[in-house]
Design a protein around this ligand. Structure first.
Ligand SMILES: N[C@@H](CCC(=O)N[C@@H](CS)C(=O)NCC(=O)O)C(=O)O
Length: 215
Protein backbone atom coordinates (compact mmCIF):
# COMPACT_ATOMS: atom_id res chain seq x y z
CA UNK A 1 0.00 0.00 0.00
CA UNK A 2 1.19 3.52 -0.84
CA UNK A 3 1.31 5.59 2.33
CA UNK A 4 2.62 9.08 2.97
CA UNK A 5 2.88 11.43 5.93
CA UNK A 6 0.72 14.52 6.27
CA UNK A 7 0.51 17.33 8.82
CA UNK A 8 -2.54 18.19 10.89
CA UNK A 9 -3.19 21.23 13.03
CA UNK A 10 -1.49 23.67 10.68
CA UNK A 11 -2.85 27.11 9.70
CA UNK A 12 -5.38 27.53 6.90
CA UNK A 13 -3.07 29.67 4.75
CA UNK A 14 -0.98 26.55 4.05
CA UNK A 15 -3.98 24.88 2.34
CA UNK A 16 -2.95 23.71 -1.11
CA UNK A 17 0.72 24.52 -0.51
CA UNK A 18 1.95 21.55 1.53
CA UNK A 19 4.25 19.31 -0.47
CA UNK A 20 2.35 16.15 0.39
CA UNK A 21 -0.14 17.39 -2.23
CA UNK A 22 2.41 16.55 -4.96
CA UNK A 23 2.46 12.89 -3.95
CA UNK A 24 -1.31 12.75 -3.59
CA UNK A 25 -1.80 14.38 -7.01
CA UNK A 26 0.65 11.98 -8.70
CA UNK A 27 -1.02 8.93 -7.12
CA UNK A 28 -4.46 10.22 -8.20
CA UNK A 29 -3.18 10.71 -11.77
CA UNK A 30 -1.77 7.18 -11.75
CA UNK A 31 -4.97 5.64 -10.40
CA UNK A 32 -3.10 4.29 -7.38
CA UNK A 33 -4.78 3.94 -4.01
CA UNK A 34 -3.11 5.40 -0.93
CA UNK A 35 -3.40 6.03 2.77
CA UNK A 36 -2.22 9.06 4.66
CA UNK A 37 -0.33 8.89 7.95
CA UNK A 38 -1.36 11.87 10.05
CA UNK A 39 1.00 13.74 12.36
CA UNK A 40 0.10 16.79 14.43
CA UNK A 41 2.82 19.39 13.69
CA UNK A 42 5.23 19.04 16.63
CA UNK A 43 5.33 15.24 16.30
CA UNK A 44 7.28 15.52 13.05
CA UNK A 45 10.22 16.90 15.06
CA UNK A 46 10.51 13.82 17.24
CA UNK A 47 13.35 11.34 16.68
CA UNK A 48 10.90 8.57 15.77
CA UNK A 49 9.47 10.61 12.89
CA UNK A 50 12.91 11.83 11.83
CA UNK A 51 14.03 8.26 11.19
CA UNK A 52 11.72 8.46 8.14
CA UNK A 53 12.21 12.13 7.25
CA UNK A 54 15.47 13.40 8.77
CA UNK A 55 14.48 17.07 8.40
CA UNK A 56 11.25 16.56 10.32
CA UNK A 57 9.08 17.54 7.36
CA UNK A 58 6.30 16.05 5.26
CA UNK A 59 5.99 14.04 3.19
CA UNK A 60 7.77 10.79 3.64
CA UNK A 61 6.49 7.94 1.50
CA UNK A 62 6.37 4.27 2.31
CA UNK A 63 5.31 1.15 0.42
CA UNK A 64 6.23 -2.34 1.60
CA UNK A 65 9.87 -2.26 2.71
CA UNK A 66 10.56 1.08 1.05
CA UNK A 67 10.62 4.32 3.00
CA UNK A 68 11.80 7.51 1.28
CA UNK A 69 11.44 11.28 1.40
CA UNK A 70 11.80 14.35 -0.89
CA UNK A 71 8.67 14.94 -2.95
CA UNK A 72 10.61 15.12 -6.25
CA UNK A 73 12.32 11.78 -5.63
CA UNK A 74 9.00 10.23 -4.58
CA UNK A 75 7.37 11.34 -7.85
CA UNK A 76 10.29 10.00 -9.87
CA UNK A 77 10.06 6.67 -8.06
CA UNK A 78 6.28 6.42 -8.63
CA UNK A 79 6.52 7.40 -12.30
CA UNK A 80 9.25 4.85 -13.00
CA UNK A 81 7.54 2.12 -10.99
CA UNK A 82 4.10 2.60 -12.55
CA UNK A 83 5.35 3.63 -15.97
CA UNK A 84 3.10 6.68 -15.88
CA UNK A 85 3.52 10.44 -16.26
CA UNK A 86 6.85 9.95 -18.05
CA UNK A 87 7.43 9.75 -21.81
CA UNK A 88 8.75 6.43 -23.16
CA UNK A 89 11.23 8.11 -25.50
CA UNK A 90 14.61 8.41 -23.73
CA UNK A 91 15.34 11.98 -24.80
CA UNK A 92 11.82 13.15 -24.02
CA UNK A 93 12.13 11.53 -20.63
CA UNK A 94 15.44 13.30 -20.00
CA UNK A 95 13.69 16.56 -20.89
CA UNK A 96 11.07 15.86 -18.22
CA UNK A 97 13.81 15.09 -15.65
CA UNK A 98 15.45 18.39 -16.58
CA UNK A 99 12.31 20.44 -15.92
CA UNK A 100 11.49 18.54 -12.75
CA UNK A 101 14.91 19.45 -11.35
CA UNK A 102 14.69 22.99 -12.73
CA UNK A 103 11.47 23.53 -10.80
CA UNK A 104 12.98 22.16 -7.57
CA UNK A 105 16.49 23.49 -7.94
CA UNK A 106 16.37 26.65 -10.05
CA UNK A 107 12.96 28.11 -9.19
CA UNK A 108 11.76 26.91 -5.79
CA UNK A 109 14.84 28.04 -3.79
CA UNK A 110 14.59 31.60 -5.19
CA UNK A 111 10.93 31.67 -4.32
CA UNK A 112 11.55 30.45 -0.84
CA UNK A 113 14.37 32.96 -0.42
CA UNK A 114 12.09 35.85 -1.39
CA UNK A 115 9.23 34.46 0.72
CA UNK A 116 11.47 34.43 3.81
CA UNK A 117 12.70 37.99 3.27
CA UNK A 118 9.72 39.86 1.91
CA UNK A 119 7.91 40.64 5.20
CA UNK A 120 10.95 40.60 7.47
CA UNK A 121 11.30 43.97 9.18
CA UNK A 122 15.02 43.37 9.81
CA UNK A 123 15.73 43.07 6.09
CA UNK A 124 16.36 46.22 4.06
CA UNK A 125 14.24 47.15 1.05
CA UNK A 126 17.35 46.88 -1.13
CA UNK A 127 17.93 43.25 -0.16
CA UNK A 128 14.21 42.46 -0.65
CA UNK A 129 14.26 44.08 -4.05
CA UNK A 130 17.37 42.10 -5.06
CA UNK A 131 15.71 38.85 -3.99
CA UNK A 132 12.56 39.79 -5.95
CA UNK A 133 14.58 40.65 -9.07
CA UNK A 134 16.36 37.29 -8.93
CA UNK A 135 13.03 35.49 -8.67
CA UNK A 136 11.45 37.61 -11.42
CA UNK A 137 14.27 36.73 -13.76
CA UNK A 138 13.83 32.99 -13.11
CA UNK A 139 10.08 33.23 -13.67
CA UNK A 140 10.61 35.23 -16.86
CA UNK A 141 12.78 32.44 -18.22
CA UNK A 142 10.25 29.70 -17.33
CA UNK A 143 7.52 31.78 -18.96
CA UNK A 144 9.60 32.21 -22.11
CA UNK A 145 10.50 28.52 -22.28
CA UNK A 146 6.92 27.36 -21.75
CA UNK A 147 5.60 29.82 -24.33
CA UNK A 148 2.09 28.84 -25.41
CA UNK A 149 2.61 25.10 -24.87
CA UNK A 150 0.34 23.22 -22.48
CA UNK A 151 3.07 21.16 -20.82
CA UNK A 152 6.81 21.28 -20.16
CA UNK A 153 7.20 18.05 -22.15
CA UNK A 154 5.08 16.61 -24.95
CA UNK A 155 2.33 15.56 -22.57
CA UNK A 156 1.42 16.01 -18.92
CA UNK A 157 4.19 14.60 -16.70
CA UNK A 158 5.61 14.60 -13.16
CA UNK A 159 7.55 17.76 -14.12
CA UNK A 160 4.21 19.54 -14.58
CA UNK A 161 3.04 18.42 -11.14
CA UNK A 162 6.16 19.80 -9.51
CA UNK A 163 6.29 23.01 -11.58
CA UNK A 164 2.58 23.71 -11.03
CA UNK A 165 2.91 23.37 -7.26
CA UNK A 166 6.04 25.54 -7.24
CA UNK A 167 4.37 28.26 -9.33
CA UNK A 168 1.27 28.07 -7.16
CA UNK A 169 3.36 29.28 -4.21
CA UNK A 170 4.61 32.13 -6.40
CA UNK A 171 1.07 33.18 -7.22
CA UNK A 172 0.39 33.62 -3.50
CA UNK A 173 3.23 36.16 -3.37
CA UNK A 174 1.80 37.97 -6.39
CA UNK A 175 4.95 37.53 -8.44
CA UNK A 176 3.32 35.80 -11.39
CA UNK A 177 1.64 38.91 -12.73
CA UNK A 178 3.09 39.73 -16.11
CA UNK A 179 3.32 36.03 -16.96
CA UNK A 180 -0.19 35.21 -18.13
CA UNK A 181 0.95 31.95 -19.69
CA UNK A 182 2.19 30.75 -16.27
CA UNK A 183 -1.13 31.66 -14.67
CA UNK A 184 -2.97 29.76 -17.38
CA UNK A 185 -0.58 26.81 -17.00
CA UNK A 186 -1.31 26.57 -13.25
CA UNK A 187 -5.05 26.98 -13.80
CA UNK A 188 -5.14 24.38 -16.58
CA UNK A 189 -3.23 21.79 -14.55
CA UNK A 190 -5.29 22.47 -11.45
CA UNK A 191 -8.47 21.88 -13.41
CA UNK A 192 -7.47 18.24 -13.97
CA UNK A 193 -9.86 15.82 -12.21
CA UNK A 194 -6.94 14.11 -10.42
CA UNK A 195 -5.77 17.43 -8.95
CA UNK A 196 -9.30 18.27 -7.79
CA UNK A 197 -9.62 14.90 -6.06
CA UNK A 198 -6.19 15.34 -4.44
CA UNK A 199 -6.98 18.86 -3.24
CA UNK A 200 -10.32 17.80 -1.83
CA UNK A 201 -8.64 14.98 0.17
CA UNK A 202 -5.86 17.36 1.28
CA UNK A 203 -8.40 19.94 2.49
CA UNK A 204 -10.05 17.36 4.75
CA UNK A 205 -6.94 17.62 6.93
CA UNK A 206 -7.94 21.17 7.82
CA UNK A 207 -11.60 20.40 8.54
CA UNK A 208 -10.51 17.43 10.56
CA UNK A 209 -7.44 19.05 12.08
CA UNK A 210 -7.85 17.65 15.56
CA UNK A 211 -8.90 14.16 14.61
CA UNK A 212 -5.52 12.87 15.72
CA UNK A 213 -3.11 10.64 13.91
CA UNK A 214 -4.44 7.89 11.66
CA UNK A 215 -1.69 5.34 12.15
N1 LIG B 1 12.32 19.23 -0.04
C1 LIG B 1 11.24 18.68 0.73
C2 LIG B 1 10.57 19.82 1.47
C3 LIG B 1 9.51 19.34 2.42
C4 LIG B 1 8.86 20.51 3.16
O1 LIG B 1 9.33 21.66 3.09
N2 LIG B 1 7.78 20.20 3.89
C5 LIG B 1 7.09 21.24 4.64
C6 LIG B 1 5.63 21.29 4.23
S1 LIG B 1 5.47 21.87 2.58
C7 LIG B 1 7.10 20.92 6.12
O2 LIG B 1 7.00 19.78 6.52
N3 LIG B 1 7.22 21.96 6.93
C8 LIG B 1 7.16 21.85 8.35
C9 LIG B 1 8.49 22.03 8.98
O3 LIG B 1 9.49 22.27 8.29
O4 LIG B 1 8.53 21.94 10.20
C10 LIG B 1 10.25 17.95 -0.21
O5 LIG B 1 10.09 18.42 -1.34
O6 LIG B 1 9.68 16.92 0.19
Amino acid sequence: MNRFSVLTGIPDFTKGLVRELRVRWALEEMGQSYEEIRYPHPETKKPEYMKNQPFGQVPYFTSGDLCMFESGAILLHLALKNNKLLPSDENERAHVFTWLFAALNSIEPWMFHYFLLKDDKDVSEIVKSKAKNLLDERLRIVSEKLGDRDFLGESFSIADIIMTTVLKSASFMDVLSGHKNLFRYVERNESRPAFKRALSEHEKLYKDAHAGPLR
